[in-house]
Design a protein around this ligand. Structure first.
Ligand SMILES: C=C(O[C@@H]1C=C(C(=O)O)C=C[C@H]1O)C(=O)O
Length: 463
């Protein structure tokens, strides 16, 4: 193993050396070059242009990408099947070079909006409906091992590639060694109106309850709100990432920026993890707030575990996740849970559903089967989707979509896009929702969503 590469000039020399090797001479396909970095990275520094980040403090994991080496976009009912075909074709011709034996390599990001219909509201989104994206430059940290990974389509002219990659290294490498910056004085953020406002929200919840209680298939609907926050300074993504990692160390801190605004989330909920043939999915539904006083907090936890309405809301999700996995698994393990997942601003009922997928299983087929779960949409899936399309006052865009890292063998992990905001310059739009089942009360659900908004709102104050 080579000594850790600490300086820009060393990395540039390594890149020049690598570009001259046969790996770059293939007449087609993709090549990724991984070079060892000396220290674990906790967050990916901000650079202008397209970027994404997935950072998980407790796990000590970071995956980030900048620029676009290759990407495929899709919308409509077939969006995941179409991306799957393209990802499969790309995977068969993707050469991985790992001269430092880091064990790390090129990867892609898969992300998609809540629903496959393209947005109809002008300006509502600057993210593609669904995208499979191989970044030109990536950072990867797993435990103590870190790498910088450069990827390109082939064939490529070596001198042009070297010029391009040198420019990336010059922009990025000096930022990797920067010490954490001192936090800013928390800013006052002005709350804009909530969409819907309280009265129309009450009507919406009552209409949902009516639809559920009528003789029909609907068992559960998840309704959401949008809240605008206006800051007095431009939000700083590095500081926002630091604050989210500090406040939510057990959540996945996600950023995705394709064009202008940055979609940011600190989500506790995995859609699934697929490693080898083993799949693990979270079922999270049923929420209580936290209390500063330990005895009160324990009482809230006990209440949540004993609340029939929350247990029913949770069970609907467990059953749907189990049924989805049954369709692609050769073996399912007994469900683990519900237990309580505690976050800074909320606590949730949480169960784990695990199994072994059949030979056809990959991230795309699992995403198709599992997304959206009744945790964010409702049950049954199609009826809930149609009801929400007719009744929700705005488009969800990527909120309650999913995103994550896909390995070249099409295994990987996707996260449900919750506790999120679309951040542009000095303003942010926050999205959050709550599950409605018989017994749900409009005002309690309104307050539950306020607690969920607090996840990103608190971090934005320090950005
Ligand atoms: C829809 C959201 O959260 C979902 C709804 C929950 C609930 O209603 O109890 C809990 C966790 C999430 O699955 C959100 O945070 O926006």
């Amino acid at each position: 193993m080579l000594a850790p590469l600490q300086r820009l000039e060393q990395l540039k020399a390594r890149v020049r050396e690598a570009i001259a090797t046969p790996g770059f001479g293939h007449p087609h396909g993709l090549v990724s070059l991984a070079l060892e970095l000396p220290q674990p990275l906790h967050a990916a520094p901000e650079l202008s242009g397209p970027r994404f980040q997935f950072a998980h403090s407790h796990r000590g994991e970071l995956r980030a990408g900048y620029g676009i080496a290759a990407e495929w976009q899709a919308a409509g009912e077939q969006r995941l099947q179409r991306l799957r075909e393209q990802a499969r074709a790309a995977a068969t011709d993707w050469h991985q070079l790992d001269p430092d034996e880091t064990g790390l390599g090129g990867f892609a990001m898969l992300g998609f909006a809540a629903t496959p219909e393209p947005t109809t509201t002008p300006g509502a989104s600057d993210l593609p409906n669904a995208v499979y994206w191989i970044p030109e430059v990536a950072l990867s940290t797993s435990g103590e091992q870190s790498a910088l990974i450069l990827s390109t389509r082939l064939p490529v002219e070596p001198e042009a590639l070297l010029t391009r990659w040198d420019a990336w290294l010059e922009r990025l490498v000096p930022l990797l060694a920067q010490p954490a910056r001192a936090p800013l004085t928390p800013a006052t953020l002005e709350r804009g109106p909530s969409e819907p406002a309280l009265e129309p929200w009450r009507d919406l919840v009552l209409a949902a309850l009516d639809a559920i209680e009528r003789d029909g298939p609907l068992e559960k609907l998840v309704l959401c709100r949008r809240q605008r926050l206006q800051g007095h300074r431009r939000f700083d993504l590095d500081r926002l990432n630091d604050a989210l990692a500090y406040l939510f160390p057990s959540c996945q801190v996600i950023n995705v920026r394709h064009r202008e605004s940055c979609f940011v989330a600190a989500t506790p909920e995995r859609l699934f993890t697929l490693r080898g043939r083993r799949v693990e999915a979270d079922a999270i539904a049923g929420t209580a707030c936290r209390a500063a006083d330990a005895a009160r907090d324990a009482a809230l936890t006990a209440e949540l575990l004993g609340c029939a309405k929350n247990l029913h809301e949770h069970q609907v999700v467990v059953a749907a996740v189990g049924a989805a996995l049954e369709r692609c698994c050769t073996r399912l393990e007994p469900v683990e849970g519900p237990r309580v997942m505690q976050l800074n601003n909320a606590q949730h009922l949480w169960s784990l559903v695990r199994g072994e997928v059949d030979a056809a299983g990959d991230v795309f087929s699992l995403a198709e089967l599992l997304h959206p779960t009744p945790a964010t949409n409702g049950q049954p899936r199609r009826d809930a989707h149609d009801w929400l399309r007719r009744n929700e006052p705005f488009e969800r865009d990527w909120y309650t979509g999913a995103a994550g890292i896909v390995e070249p063998d099409l295994s990987g992990e996707l996260w449900v896009l919750l506790r999120c905001a679309r951040v542009a310059a000095d303003s942010a739009e926050l999205y959050a929702g709550a599950g409605i089942v018989p017994g749900s009360d409009p005002v309690s659900e309104w307050e539950e969503i306020d607690h969920k908004f607090a996840a990103i709102a608190t971090a934005l104050q320090f950005a």
